[in-house]
Design a protein. Structure first.
Length: 152
């Protein structure tokens, strides 16, 4: 079969994964999450994926690198780039993401300052106890606004 006819027929999952620079398992995961459609398998044949899926997977990767969740990415994929109202919806989503990133940055700064102080305590500590373990046991250094057991 010529390369041209092969491309017209589509790509195997391995070809798609290589072209999008992801693993085959990532392609399958995106299928399970509904981010990309799994083509039907012809009787006794191999599934063939259309070329435009490469761009869709790259879109997913780029959005993930900006901190968007797969659910948010699914919402973005459902929007039409040609619809004028789409931009406002995406801006709202991006503003929420930016606010969350800023909160996380502040929490990281707080944790950094607490760890720096605890390490300074260790350098000047003279008895056998560990100031870091004692602080963790007492709950010193908890990030404000976070409840024990929260996963955020």
């Amino acid at each position: 079969m010529s390369e041209r006819r092969e491309k017209a027929a589509g790509m195997t999952i391995g070809d798609l994964a290589r072209a999008a620079d992801v693993s085959v398992e990532t392609v399958r995961f995106y299928e399970r999450r509904g981010l990309i459609e799994q083509p039907s398998r012809p009787y006794g044949g191999i599934r063939r994926y259309p070329g435009p899926l490469v761009r869709r997977i790259q879109f997913i990767k780029h959005a993930k690198s900006l901190g968007f969740t797969l659910s948010e990415i699914g919402d973005m994929l459902a929007l039409s780039a040609d619809d004028p109202s789409t931009c406002g919806e995406v801006q709202h989503l991006a503003q929420g993401k930016l606010a969350l990133l800023r909160e996380k940055r502040e929490a990281l700064r707080f944790m950094e300052s607490v760890l720096e102080a605890l390490l300074a305590d260790c350098r000047h500590h003279t008895d056998n106890s560990c100031p870091i373990l004692e602080a963790v046991k007492e709950g010193i250094g908890e990030v404000p606004g976070k409840t024990p057991g929260s996963r955020e």
